[in-house]
Design a protein around this ligand. Structure first.
Ligand code: GPW
Length: 810
């Protein structure tokens, strides 16, 4: 039944009245928001229930995607779009004199993740539902999401993200107390021999109640709703008396209180380990409980269940699954192990050694002694099985426990049937270098799954103007099949379309101009090149390289104010981990440089530097559509994939890139002429490591431009950065510039000159932009998840996409 605008308006008014006892004319945006969410949620609930019933009825194999981070951002618009309600609601609100954008803005960003890893998990959730796969997410419902970033005197200051207390609250979650499970933490364990198994006897353990909060993941036009299940820690009713004081209670609630704000950096804290075990145990228990309810034999669970380990944070899935099969289901070790390896699969997201998680044996013992026992037994059997067959050094390097440390990546690889990297280059590096030893042991387990992005969110929702222009040329089918975007290539000589692309970009830049003015007070011109670097602040991502070039341009203009350059607005968005001193120093230096340049009259409008506060999903949706240039300038080999590179090209930005992560594949797709590549490649970086022959001081001393630019960090040219400037100066000089910033500087300048030259020819620029938009379709997450589903998890598609007869009644 087709929903009409008139019906919608009537029902909306009625619900507003019931919920808030108010009329449209008196309602504020958060009341309007609450009402719309409640209609949306009650409408998709029936479909959600049905999707679940279908899973159960068919005994279809299901996948559970375990991730310690999810970064969905706001869900209202994407739910409306996926349900087929978007245009109708938009137009109904216009009739009512309401602004859907303003109402949608009430929703707090669900920021239960740091960056790329968490956003990837959320893009995957959208695509998995949209492709009709029976795949549910499993994670943590942090009371406080990623900190809010403010700048005070140019310094990053962190404020708590109390998203659950905001006006919007969490409109999407459903607390399912009846599905709670108990998680055992700490204490001691001994094993008692029973007839056919070893029975663990626990003493002094703490029982934590894990309560699930479910969020519907609505598929695009296919009547399919999956579940994102987020766990929250509470005190079990039976244990209340053990927690007489607020302090005692807090011990438990703290487990799911805050998201660790470190990106790619293992923190080694006991509470983090507790979080990991907590959501792993809760998730695995509920999966097995559900599986058993329908009477299927436990020793064949791998036929109906797949579990994905998103980076090593949930690697204890392997041991927890074994624990239940052994201790509660009394399977033999071999049967249990066989099932576990078939069920589990693992994605590696980094080669950075500081991010490869290890825990000490005493720490694991403190969190869950039985889990440590099981890991020790896995390790023991791994060593025994290889002894005498392969070189002893290889065994030592690959075993799980060595020198008192538990290597979580080793546990994940040994305990699963699939290990994948997230871009071709990254997977090759895993095989040839970082995980080479494992590759020699298990060559068949390694595979690549290049990351992808949610095309509907990052094009339709973030950039409706561009979506409209695309619709008018190639039609609207790209929403279900991104490869349709390739048809745009046929329009690469269509001047009218190219002009329209230019007009869309200009309009988006104008919007961002207003936002910049509002947020920073700085006026920028939409006619300048908008040069964007948005990602976590990390030394390897080299925001510093970008900054040094900005300083170079500033010096050039100071020396010659009449210098003809194409005006540029440099836009940064980046949070630094609160404990990452060096990254925070870079933020301070960028902010002070911005302050200097933006208020220097001699620079006029030729150069502006804008560092927007509190970068996150919602801000990304505003910046990306307005970007001309996408900065993807990490040191080759360090960025596993990157995903903002894909989002920016999809929105028509041209990429300035090193041959790192997925940039390599972008270059292959768009061709050498439609991307700006510079810098060392992976082989060259590795050669420097091998030969120890990089000497950054040589670049500093021998290149007068580099010398002059680097000196500004310490000579007072940039005010108020005395300590930070010295810290960075030292890193580039005496500490030998770990990430080859000085080595790549000249080539970076060269390629940026090429960007300027190309931009002068707007026609050519727009054509390159068009090709980038078209080829970005190769990075559709819809396609990426299909490859996971077909080749790793072996789950079937349950509903077809493109069912326009969507069943979302009011
Ligand atoms: F260290 N990534 C991230 F591998 O955002 F765990 N956080 C993390 O903690 C890690 C990786 C981890 C990112 C990668 O840096 C980025 O290159 C990649 O595109 C993204 O994960 C998604 O795969």
């Amino acid at each position: 039944m087709e929903l009409t605008k008139k019906e919608f308006i009537a029902v909306f008014k009625k619900r507003l009245n019931q919920k808030y006892a108010i009329d449209v004319s008196d309602a504020c945006n958060s009341e309007l928001y609450g009402t719309l969410c409640s209609l949306v949620k009650s409408s998709y609930s029936a479909v959600w229930r049905q999707t679940w019933k279908d899973f159960v009825k068919e005994h279809d194999k299901q996948t559970y995607y375990f991730s310690i981070e999810y970064l969905p951002g706001k869900l209202l618009k994407s739910n409306l779009l996926n349900m087929g309600w978007y245009d109708l609601v938009n137009s109904a609100f216009e009739d009512l004199g309401l602004d859907l954008n303003a109402i949608a803005a009430v929703e707090p960003d669900m920021a239960l993740g740091n960056g790329g890893l968490g956003r990837l998990a959320s893009d995957f959730m959208d695509s998995l539902a949209s492709e009709g796969y029976p795949v549910n997410g499993n994670g943590i419902r942090y009371k406080y999401g990623l900190f809010k970033q403010r700048f005070v005197n140019g310094y990053q200051v962190e404020l708590p993200d109390e998203w659950l207390n905001s006006d919007g609250g969490n409109a999407w979650e459903i607390r399912r107390a009846s599905k709670s499970v108990l998680v055992r933490i700490g204490g001691h364990v001994r094993l008692v021999q029973e007839k056919n198994y070893l029975k663990p006897v626990y003493e002094d353990a703490t029982l934590i109640r894990a309560v699930p909060y479910d969020v519907g993941m609505v598929g695009y036009h296919n009547n399919h709703v999956n579940t994102l299940r987020l766990w929250s820690a509470e005190i079990p009713e039976s244990e209340e008396s053990k927690y007489p004081t607020i302090e005692d209670r807090r011990q438990v609630e703290d487990i799911t209180a805050v998201l660790y704000p470190d990106d790619s950096n293992e923190s080694g804290r006991l509470l983090r380990l507790k979080q990991e075990y907590f959501f792993v145990s809760a998730g695995i228990q509920s999966i097995i409980r559900h599986y058993k309810k329908y009477g299927s034999p436990i020793d064949q669970i791998s036929q109906e269940v797949a579990i994905h380990i998103n980076d090593t944070h949930p690697a204890m899935c392997v041991a927890e699954f074994m624990r239940i099969l052994l201790d509660e289901e009394h399977l033999s070790w071999d049967t249990a192990w066989n099932q576990t390896v078939r069920v589990m699969s693992y994605t590696n997201h980094t080669i950075m050694s500081e991010a490869l998680e290890t825990w000490t044996v005493p720490m694991l013992n403190e969190i869950q002694p039985r889990i440590l026992q099981i890991i020790a037994e896995i390790d023991h059997r791994f060593v025994a099985a290889l002894a005498g067959k392969v070189d002893g050094g290889l065994i030592e390097r690959t075993r799980i426990i060595s020198a008192g440390k538990v290597h979580m990546a080793h546990l994940a690889i040994i305990g699963s049937h699939s290990t994948n990297g997230v871009a071709k280059l990254h997977t090759d590096l895993l095989k040839s270098d970082v995980l080479h030893d494992f590759y020699t042991l298990y060559p068949d387990r390694f595979n690549n799954k290049t990351n992808g992005i949610a095309v509907r969110r990052w094009l339709q929702i973030a950039n409706p103007r561009l979506a409209k222009v695309i619709d008018q040329s190639i039609g609207s089918d790209w929403r279900q099949d991104a490869s349709q975007l390739l048809k745009l290539i046929d329009y690469s000589t269509d001047n009218s379309l190219l002009d329209q692309l230019g007009a869309v970009k200009l309009a988006n830049k104008r919007d961002l101009t207003y936002l910049i003015k509002q947020e920073t007070g700085i006026t920028v011109s939409p006619n300048a090149i908008f040069d964007v670097q948005i990602k976590r602040l990390h030394a390897y991502k080299r925001q510093l390289l970008n900054l040094l070039r900005i300083i170079k341009l500033y010096l050039d203009l100071k020396q010659n104010p009449d210098l003809e350059i194409i005006p540029r607005v440099f836009i940064f968005g980046a949070k630094a981990a609160p404990s990452y001193h060096y990254a925070k120093s870079i933020i301070k230096c960028i902010n002070e440089t911005a302050n200097l340049i933006n208020h220097d009259a001699t620079i006029q409008d030729k150069l502006k530097v804008i560092f927007l506060e509190n970068y996150g999903v919602s801000l990304a949706e505003k910046i990306i559509p307005a970007a001309d240039v996408s900065e993807q300038i990490s040191t080759a080999s360090k960025e596993a994939s990157g995903t903002s590179n894909m989002k920016l090209m999809l929105n028509g930005a041209l990429t300035v890139a090193t041959l790192d992560g997925a940039n390599v594949e972008i270059k292959q797709y768009v061709g050498d002429d439609n991307i700006f590549i510079f810098g060392l490649n992976k082989q060259e970086v590795y050669q420097y490591y091998r030969d120890h022959n990089y000497h950054s001081l040589d670049y500093y001393h021998n290149n007068p431009i580099i010398h002059r630019v680097v000196d500004t960090l310490v000579d007072g040219t940039i005010p108020n950065i005395s300590a930070e400037g010295h810290e960075i100066y030292d890193s580039l000089t005496y500490l030998n510039d770990e990430f080859f910033v000085l080595r790549d500087f000249e080539d970076y300048l060269r390629v940026q000159d090429k960007v300027d030259e190309t931009y002068r020819d707007q026609h050519k620029w727009n054509k390159m932009s068009l090709i980038n938009i078209a080829k970005a379709s190769y990075f559709s997450a819809d396609e990426t998840v299909k490859r996971y589903a077909e080749t790793i998890w072996h789950v079937k598609q349950l509903s077809e996409k493109g069912d326009m007869n969507v069943k979302y009644p009011l």
